[in-house]
Design a protein around this ligand. Structure first.
Ligand SMILES: Nc1ncnc2c1ncn2[C@@H]1O[C@H](COP(=O)(O)OP(=O)(O)OP(=O)(O)O)[C@@H](O)[C@H]1O
Ligand SMILES: [Mg+2]
Length: 509
């Protein structure tokens, strides 16, 4: 992305970094360097060690062995504060904001601006406002974080990292919850930072998007660097080949069977904005999904996809209309009763709705389907473990086993646990809200294969996405949502341009 990349100036070098966690060797001797005014992009499968390496460079974790060299001199960082004082900051993959604090307090946490009368809130508010303006995020500095959408939280994370004026900025999946326009804002900011000589490390599973900003690409595989090259010499195929060792394929719509009857019927459904009941977020929307059918819903952020899925799952209040399962209204049923009836939702925000961070992998996987872990009416730990092991296989979670704490899993593997948890409830209708967030290309293909297999057995799938490329895979039908309504419907032969045009997005020249 940088025009006059300063290729000679290495600001930071990691030499032979090893990191072990108990028996897991997350990094097996990685050499890595970062240059001034350039973007180094780190590619790799889920669990390859990308976040671990970045945590070591930013003082979150200490290496088991190896050396960090900053401006030619060996350094050690005992904490993130030490790294930050040396000009290194990180935007974490997992949102790390305190939900009960304001945006301003989150940005200045641990480094409050002090005046003669204590914390200078006015100055903090002013600086926060300036950052929010730069990020084009129209919220007030005193908004509580838990009132923000995931994407907005992610922008606040970015703003917090920008606020310290670092020389090295690490971005671990900064765009996973952002809309296209928000990504453009971020890329504009990245260009400014590069012009000021900042060195950036960028990690993303949106490969095409990442290529747009890449100057150098580095691929990690199983804790080892397997490839590196300059932007001019690489393309998407190079990345995928080096990441997963083969060409990947997101699959095609499963065929060879007839769809069953309409199992899910959405009838004139309206969901209104709780803050402004005049505004319909989902607007008199009707949709039928048949047994065995896979429907993808594409739309920009704010099109109403999340609200539609949450209304079907019972998490969002319905103002008008109805949702029927097997011809019977779901209106009287609670969220839990809908799960029992066979409606499973993989939520957008795994940190808040999907996982209990203090529990282990096994418990998280089986939590939503405990009745299936009963043995003679009693909860059987052994049965629960067995089920957990099966599920780990089914959704291919990279973990040491059911007893591992969920927080020790890589981001993409945590997302697979959320999917496994819903699979475990044996849904008849599966709703997935941007489930590929943080999942690598190989794993995405596995999830798609899994959904296609289940569809053959009669599962109805609604899969919401803002990545247009995903629509051209296993979908029998692609529905485009725009401002709460269905603006177009396509079969599997649609093109990216057709889908994007129907969403209101400008189609790139
Ligand atoms: N605190 C921890 N305790 C034990 N194992 C850990 C811990 N943190 C990471 N690991 C393991 O280290 C390996 C590398 O994980 P890491 O988070 O670096 O992967 P990643 O490349 O960032 O993957 P993703 O694309 O899914 O984010 C994984 O096997 C992970 O389970
Ligand atoms: Mg990671």
């Amino acid at each position: 992305m940088s025009r006059e990349a300063d290729y000679d100036h290495v600001v930071l070098e990691a030499r032979d970094i090893v990191k072990t966690y108990g028996g897991t060797r997350a990094l097996k001797g990685v050499n890595f360097e970062i240059r001034r005014g350039t973007v180094t992009t780190l590619f790799g499968e889920n669990g390859a060690g990308k976040s671990t390496l970045m945590k070591i460079l930013s003082g979150v974790e200490q290496p088991t062995s190896g050396q960090i060299v900053l401006d030619g001199k060996p350094v050690t960082f005992a904490s993130t504060n030490e790294a930050r004082d040396r000009g290194i900051s990180i935007i974490h993959q997992e949102l790390s904001l305190a939900p009960n604090l304001s945006v301003r307090d989150n940005i200045f946490m641990g480094r409050e601006i002090r005046g003669p009368l204590g914390v200078d809130y006015a100055e903090e508010t002013r600086q926060t406002q300036a950052l929010l303006d730069e990020m084009q995020l129209p919220i007030a500095p005193d908004t509580l974080v838990h009132d923000l959408r995931v994407g907005q939280q992610q922008i606040v994370e970015i703003a917090r990292a920008l606020s310290v004026n670092s020389r090295i900025l690490i971005m671990d999946e900064p765009t996973s919850a952002l809309a296209a326009a928000e990504v453009e804002v971020l890329f504009g900011i990245i260009r400014d930072l590069l012009a000021r000589g900042v060195a950036i490390v960028y990690i993303s599973h949106h490969l095409e998007e990442a290529l747009e900003v890449t100057d150098h690409a580095v691929v990690l595989r199983d804790g080892t660097m397997t490839a590196r090259d300059e932007r001019a010499n690489i393309d998407l195929e190079w990345i995928v080949r080096n990441m997963v060792g083969e060409n990947f394929d997101l699959g095609s719509p499963p065929t060879g069977y007839e769809f069953g009857k309409a199992i899910l019927q959405v009838r004139d459904l309206t969901v209104v904005d709780p803050e402004n009941p005049e505004r319909a977020i989902v607007n008199r929307l009707s949709l039928d999904v048949r047994k065995g059918e896979i429907v993808f819903i594409y739309g920009l952020m704010g099109a109403g996809r999340t609200e539609l899925l949450e209304a079907i799952a019972g998490k969002e209040e319905v103002a008008e209309g109805d949702v029927l399962l097997d011809g019977a209204s779901l209106a009287p049923l609670s969220i839990a009763e809908r799960i029992d009836a066979g409606v499973g939702l993989v939520p957008e925000d795994r940190q808040r709705d999907g996982l209990v961070q203090t529990f282990d992998v096994g418990t998280n996987l089986t939590l939503a389907s405990l009745t299936r872990s009963l043995s003679r009416g009693m909860l059987s730990r052994r049965r629960e473990k067995e089920r957990a092991r099966d599920l780990i296989q089914t959704v291919t979670v990279k973990t040491s086993g059911p007893d591992q704490l969920i927080g020790a899993l890589s981001g993409g593997n945590q997302q697979k646990v959320v999917i496994g948890k819903i699979i475990a409830t044996e849904p008849r209708v599966m709703l997935l809200d941007e489930p590929s967030r943080g999942i690598d290309v190989g794993a995405k293909g596995e999830v798609f294969r899994l959904l296609a297999d289940r569809a053959r057995d009669g599962l109805a799938v609604i899969y919401s996405t803002s990545e247009v490329g995903e629509c051209l895979s296993i979908a029998h039908r692609i529905i485009v949502m725009r401002r709460g309504r269905i603006s177009a419907e396509f079969g599997p032969d649609a093109t990216k341009d057709m889908i994007m045009a129907a969403s209101g997005e400008s189609v790139a020249a």
